[in-house]
Design a protein around this ligand. Structure first.
Ligand SMILES: O=C(O)c1cc(=O)[nH]c(=O)n1[C@@H]1O[C@H](COP(=O)(O)O)[C@@H](O)[C@H]1O
Length: 275
């Protein structure tokens, strides 16, 4: 999917919501447990209930890997029920020496037809570039993450003449590896104070923003500070949507939670369009 197509979907659905599919078998509603593949059945119903309200789905691969071979089967089946005009993110946080990254790219872009993958920048250019070889496939590079540990390295001050944080150096250097048509960056909603600094370095790239909902980040704040002329944001919410209820009405409640976010996004997009 191209950046223009993604923006088109955002305008059509009045939404820049990404629904996380972090499906934990221990949290599934009881009544799904006697279906053939409870994880897939849960995802299928979540997708059916939310597909008109979001523009992306992001399965976190850990939740599938943890199930052994059956987890990969559930993941593949889930990908197949996601409508083709919805952007898919393999949240795998990979990145290794070049020939190994090539194989990760093959796994997520060819074996499975994801549009994008999250990648850690720590091993540098040759660990990221193998993911950029296929047109239409995206890298979503970790820049400033939502967790407390982002202080440990990402927020270190560099004294190399620029007086900047390490995450800013990551943005500066990596934005030469690919254009805004193939690279996005993860910036946590809990890091809204730094979004203007992010936008100074990368005004045009899309940001994948986790951390609203269960982690307490503010959708309005990150949106007002982080949006660009093509929206430029995919805001993820996982637990607050998919686990809105643990009962028989889980899909209905997930839809209601997604609808609430979509309505707020619609109003925020209107603000952008009149800017
Ligand atoms: O790459 C991510 O998606 C990610 C980066 C980050 O900085 N923080 C973060 O929470 N995530 C992921 O986003 C999702 C957040 O889920 P909720 O907190 O339930 O909305 C999880 O799958 C996390 O692994």
């Amino acid at each position: 999917m191209t950046r223009a197509q993604l923006f088109e979907q955002i305008l059509k659905k009045k939404s820049y919501l990404c629904v996380g599919l972090d499906t934990d078998p221990l949290k599934l509603p009881e009544h799904l447990m006697d279906t053939e593949d409870p994880v897939f059945e849960f995802n299928r119903q979540i997708v059916e209930a939310t597909a008109d309200l979001c523009v992306a789905y992001k399965p976190n691969i850990a939740f599938y890997e943890a199930q052994g071979p059956q987890g990969w089967v559930s993941l593949q089946k889930t990908l197949e029920v996601i409508p083709p005009d919805i952007f898919t993110i393999a949240d795998a946080k990979r990145g290794d020496i070049g020939n190994t990254s090539e194989l990760y790219a093959r796994a997520f872009f060819q074996q499975m037809a994801f549009d994008s993958i999250t990648v850690a920048p720590y091993m540098g250019a040759d660990s990221v570039k193998p993911f950029l070889k296929q047109e239409g496939k995206w890298v979503i590079l970790l820049a400033l993450t939502s967790n407390a540990g982002s202080q440990d390295f990402q927020m270190l001050r560099l004294h190399d003449g620029h007086e900047e944080y390490l995450f800013e150096q990551v943005l500066r250097t990596s934005s030469d590896w690919a254009t805004a048509d193939q690279m996005m960056y993860v910036v946590g909603a809990t890091r809204a104070d730094y979004v203007q600094r992010v936008r100074q370095l990368i005004p045009n790239h899309f940001l994948l923003v986790p951390g609203v909902g269960a982690q307490g980040g503010s959708l309005a704040e990150i949106s007002r500070l982080g949006m660009n002329q093509q929206c430029g944001l995919l805001v993820n919410s996982t637990r607050a949507i998919i686990y809105a209820s643990s009962g028989k009405d889980f899909a209905e409640k997930a839809r209601a939670a997604a609808l609430e976010v979509q309505r707020e996004m619609e109003a925020l997009l209107e603000e952008l369009l009149v800017r």
